[in-house]
Design a protein around this ligand. Structure first.
Ligand code: RFL
Ligand code: PHB
Length: 408
């Protein structure tokens, strides 16, 4: 492992791995330090939906082969509310767009395989303890590997170490402003060995709470239920989960939820979080280290991919021309997309979930809002455009496409 590199990347999740690949392809030296082992990183169940821009950048990174073979291209989603179904047709409403269902676990496996075969260096079991000297010309990353404390000096550090990482802590008090919201509910997520009961994802609003039907492959379903914060999975035996899903997806007309063996269960809290700016001196923050969205809008992984695409282009420009112009614009460029995605994720979350404190009046307002989306192509287009995602790298200094107003 080198003792010095151009870009030290803290964290080997999707943001760190993709950044490393993009830098490597542009000739910029980098090293990835990941605290966990390979198996853990490859098994962590998370996102499932890739925007077209994310698919394009994965292909550009050389990680598109299996994605193109196994990814499921979806041209719409279903909104279910008030026992009615309504389809959001992406190509018709959002310029021919689509999304791809391909699990984050598979994206990570593809990127790790590439990186171990072709570089740049990727070290598992390397827990970063501190990032020091971000204000100086030569930052240092202190990490622990194979029981020994080591250091990596570098020209720049990128914190891709997720929400609970250490990179953000390197910024002195007052160097960052954070904006945060927690939600009064969580998701219980399951994987089941059963063919999906639908061709497209179903987002269901019901008086009993939110439910989502997603999928991983033609034979594996991924489903989520809104549950109270603090829920223990032990309270949810398999039969109870399927009964509750049945109740929440109930609709007038033909529909049947197929049941199968549940192979994984977990509870996920929901949070919105943004830290500004995404830079302190020679330290940059990307992905979940910089911002979190509740998963209802399927934006987290896509935002991480967008951040590191902008950052890789900026480091490549610095490498090729010596200009720091794109690097200096990184934070502003990314924050425009981040705040749009924050708004969309907040909107989807609060419109589809039952807040335990909400009144019957507020429930009727949610249904009125969903009815508006069902009845108005304009309102539906707002949702579709945001769901499929904004163009990936807006020209620096120019606003992103249609700063979309709240739906409705
Ligand atoms: P990650 O994936 O958290 O990776 C951070 C990595 O850093 C490592 N690390 C350290 N390494 C070295 N030293 C340290 N001190 C370290 N501290 C941490 C960690 O081990 C880890 O490997 O962040 P990254 O790369 O920014 O990627 C972000 C995405 O993982 C996240 O945004 C998405 O999973 C969010 N998300 C979704 N996003 C989508 O775009 N579409 C979706 O459909 C979607 N569904 C979801 C989601 C997130 C979910 N959860 C679990 C909150 C569904 C769920 C249920
Ligand atoms: C998933 O498949 O895990 C998934 C899909 C859509 C979301 C969130 C999660 O909004």
């Amino acid at each position: 492992m080198p003792e010095h590199t151009t870009v030290a990347i803290v964290g080997g999740g999707p943001a760190g791995l993709l950044l490393a690949r993009l830098l490597h392809l542009r000739g910029v030296a980098c090293v990835v330090l990941e605290s966990r082992d390979r198996a853990y990183v490859e098994q962590r169940q998370r996102a499932g939906i890739l925007e077209q821009g994310t698919v394009d950048v994965l292909r550009a990174a050389g990680a598109g082969d299996r994605l193109d073979r196994e990814g499921l291209v979806h041209h719409g989603i279903e909104l279910r509310f008030d026992r009615r179904s309504h389809r959001i047709d992406f190509p018709a409403l959002a310029d021919g767009a689509s999304v791809t269902v391909y699990a984050q676990t598979e994206v990570v496996k593809d990127l790790i395989a590439l990186q171990l075969a072709e570089g740049p260096p990727l070290l598992f079991g390397a827990e970063v303890l501190a990032v020091e000297g971000a204000d100086t010309g030569r930052p240092t990353v202190r990490y622990r590997s194979e029981g020994r404390d080591r250091t990596l000096t570098c020209d720049y550090v990128v914190g891709c170490d997720g929400f609970h990482g250490v990179a953000r802590q390197a910024v002195p008090e007052g160097g960052l402003t954070t904006y945060e919201r927690e939600y009064p509910y969580s998701w219980l997520g399951i994987l089941a060995d059963v063919a999906p009961s639908c061709d497209e994802l179903i987002y269901a609003h019901s008086p009993r709470g939110f439910a989502l039907h997603s999928m991983r492959s033609p034979s594996v379903s991924r489903l989520y239920l809104q549950v109270p914060n603090g829920t223990d999975v032990a309270e949810w035996p398999d039969e109870r989960i399927w009964d509750e899903l049945d109740a929440r997806f109930a609709v007038d007309g033909p529909w049947r939820l197929e049941r199968g063996p549940i192979t994984a269960k977990s509870v996920l809290p929901m949070r919105s979080f943004v830290t500004e700016p995404l830079r302190h001196g020679r330290l940059f923050l990307a992905g979940d280290a910089a911002h979190i969205v509740p998963p209802t809008g399927a934006k987290g992984l896509n935002l991480a991919a967008a951040d590191v695409t902008v950052l890789a282009t900026a480091f490549a420009e610095l490498h090729d021309t010596g200009s720091t112009e794109l690097l200096d614009a990184y934070s502003d460029t990314c924050l425009r997309r981040v705040w749009r995605a924050e708004h969309f994720s907040y909107f989807m979350t609060t419109t589809l979930h039952a807040d335990p404190a909400q009144s019957a009046f507020e429930t009727r307002l949610q249904i009125a809002q969903l009815g508006r989306i069902a009845d108005s192509p304009h309102a539906a287009a707002e949702l579709a455009e945001n769901y499929v995602g904004l163009p990936l790298t807006p020209p620096v200094g120019e606003p992103t496409r249609a700063p979309a107003a709240p739906v409705g």
